[in-house]
Design a protein around this ligand. Structure first.
Ligand code: MG
Length: 186
């Protein structure tokens, strides 16, 4: 896998077709996102992927620093909702209960459905919503299709579902273009 480069993207540097899938930024970890900064930018609803975004794939416990970050997001005045199409709803429920946040589980990303359900539940507009996830073809593409800003996060671990590994090959190609649109490395 090629190196995961972080920074902000300038979609104007991308072919028009790819602008639709372009995340706002790539970050090393969710911990790099400032909860108060999100609120100041008008964000009121944070949507989160779980596996390899908050914790390792199949992990049982959200790391304490990540749990504390979710707490800080709530304290900053945002609602937080996990969007996941996991096949293990029990595990998802346990993780979300530990974090103190609800979840939406529905059609596979990049379907817009989960994003729309979450926004409806909280009465948030796409402009007020932001999605954070580790996969371009599910988290980022699904959010962008729903008109939502997306942040791409470096996968927590290299271990993942075989389907994800296949999707990563596509990411490698797309990343070739995205890297050209990187403005500032962070
Ligand atoms: Mg994931």
């Amino acid at each position: 896998m090629t190196e995961f480069r972080t920074g902000r993207y300038n979609p104007q540097r991308l072919p028009r077709l790819l602008r639709a899938v372009c995340p706002t930024a790539a970050v090393d970890s969710v911990l790099r996102l400032d909860p108060c900064g999100l609120f100041r930018r008008g964000k009121r609803l944070l949507l989160l992927d779980v596996d390899n975004t908050l914790l390792a794939w199949k992990g049982r416990q959200v790391p304490p620093d990540v749990a504390a970050w979710v707490g800080a997001v709530l304290e900053a005045g945002l609602r937080v909702c996990v969007v996941s199409n996991t096949k293990r709803p029990k595990r998802l429920r346990a993780l979300c209960e530990a974090l103190g946040v609800p979840f939406v589980r529905d059609r596979f990303k990049p379907s817009r459905r989960m994003f729309q359900l979450a926004m409806e539940r909280y009465g948030a507009s796409p402009e007020e919503t932001i999605m954070v996830g580790d996969q371009l073809f599910t988290d980022v593409l699904g959010a962008r299709r729903a008109g939502i800003e997306a942040i791409w996060v470096r996968p927590v671990s290299g271990r993942e579902f075989v389907g994800t590994k296949i999707s990563r090959l596509g990411e490698t190609i797309l990343r070739h273009w995205l890297d050209r649109a990187l403005e500032e490395e962070s």
